[in-house]
Design a protein around this ligand. Structure first.
Ligand SMILES: *Cc1c(COP(=O)(O)O)cnc(C)c1O
Length: 398
């Protein structure tokens, strides 16, 4: 019996990609081994995070870094750091921001469900710009002057979300921010691969950048990293770590937390509920090293092979399928469901896959365009065959 059956759940096959709701990316044996070794010995969390900071700095080119409980947590912690800095009074007050600079400027078309994490720290959004292309009303999108004219005495920072076609370009937004001496917080959760994006946004002048650890990096599902300015990372550490210590004999690594600039130790801060364990930190660090060593591409030849097995296996069935590059050096399989000829909608085929045994969960992004997307990132030889078998059953019945 598998481990999920033992606890009363079922094992599924995740062909949706690194989505959290289906368990994210699977970890490599090397990462799993590091996690179990970490679980069997103790470490000082501040020293371990300081070691992680050195690794994250090395691979991102930033001054410092921190392992968070995901990119969404990185957004909350990064916001808290920008709002409070190293000011113990402000750290104590968050998320109460009545007497602080608290406005974050954000482009309307960067708004998404994850930005709740920014508001969680006490920030208030000031929305700027339009996407008139999507609205069908024009040719323009948000432009950098719109950030410029939205700055007030209450502006604390700028929030920016990276997508393949984010507008305006980050470098232009950074220019505006620097003119007003404002920090830029970047959500790059899903911007990997390419591995070069680990350095890119810091290079372009972002002050803090957060990435998911459980997506392409293939670390533990509930991890992420945030990298950037040394004092902002120190603020994150002070607001997140367990700080129940005696000041006189507290020895934080000096380059990680500047004790000499602090009057005292803050109490548990707004980040305390976002704690990460020693196992998660070691797992993430191991996964990050592998990610960089492989230049961001994990078992690409095997993934291609599984996609070819699928397209060959689907030949002769009443669907069209195509291997489509996803723009990051990897590919996915698109399966087109013609409801008129098949008598089944894409939603129906997807639902049958999910409810079958084993449950198979495709990417649902293009379902309303009659397309199932199959991500190969979590496939192996066995699960590839199971997926083919289930597709044959469902499509032959139709
Ligand atoms: C996945 C994602 C997040 C959340 O990342 P977690 O690591 O799961 O917390 C945030 N923002 C964007 C744009 C994402 O795609």
């Amino acid at each position: 019996m598998g481990v999920y059956e033992q606890v009363g759940a079922r094992r599924i096959i995740n062909v949706a990609g690194a989505s959290t709701r289906v368990g994210g990316a699977l970890m490599s044996p090397e990462v799993v081994k590091a996690i179990s070794a970490a679980a069997a010995e103790s470490a000082s969390l501040i020293e371990l995070q300081s070691a992680a900071s050195r690794l994250i700095a090395e691979v991102t080119g930033a001054e410092a870094g921190y392992v968070t409980s995901g990119a969404a947590a990185g957004l909350t912690l990064g916001t808290a750091a920008i709002l409070a800095g190293l000011d113990l009074g402000k750290i104590e007050k968050l998320p109460e921001t009545t007497d602080m600079k608290k406005e974050f400027i954000i482009s309307r078309d960067h708004r998404n469900g994850y930005d709740h994490s920014i508001r969680l720290a006490g920030a208030k959004f000031i929305e700027v710009g339009m996407n008139e292309q999507v609205a069908g009303a024009g040719v323009r999108r948000t432009e950098s002057w719109e950030y410029d004219v939205a700055v007030t005495d209450d502006t604390a920072g700028i929030a920016y979300v990276v997508k393949i076609d984010s507008q305006p370009p980050l470098a232009e937004v950074v220019k505006v921010a620097q003119r007003h001496n404002l920090p830029v917080l970047v959500d790059a959760a899903a911007a990997l691969p390419p591995a070069s994006n680990l350095k890119r946004f810091i290079d372009e002048g972002a002050d803090l950048v957060t990435y998911s650890g459980g997506k392409a990096i293939r670390g533990p599902q509930a991890t992420g990293i945030i990298c950037g300015d040394r004092d902002l990372i120190a603020s994150i550490a002070m607001q997140t770590l367990d700080m129940d210590e005696h000041f006189e004999i507290w020895d934080p690594p000096e380059e990680f937390i500047p004790k000499k600039n602090l009057p005292w130790i803050p109490r548990h801060g707004i980040g305390r509920g976002f704690k990460v364990s020693k196992e998660q930190i070691v797992g993430l660090m191991t996964a990050l090293k592998i990610f960089v060593r492989n230049n961001g591409i994990f078992n690409i030849d095997e993934q291609k092979n599984y996609l070819h097995i699928l397209t060959n296996g689907l030949r002769g069935l009443p669907v069209d399928s195509y291997i489509v590059p996803d723009g990051s050096g990897q590919s996915q399989l698109h399966i087109l469901i013609d409801e008129n000829s098949l008598g089944l909608s894409s939603f129906n085929v997807c639902h049958q896959l999910k409810r079958g045994d084993p449950g198979i969960f495709p990417n649902e992004m293009l379902l309303s365009q009659n397309t199932l997307i199959i991500s190969p990132m979590n496939l192996n030889g066995e699960t590839t065959e199971l997926l083919l078998e289930r597709l044959r059953e469902i499509l032959y019945k139709a």
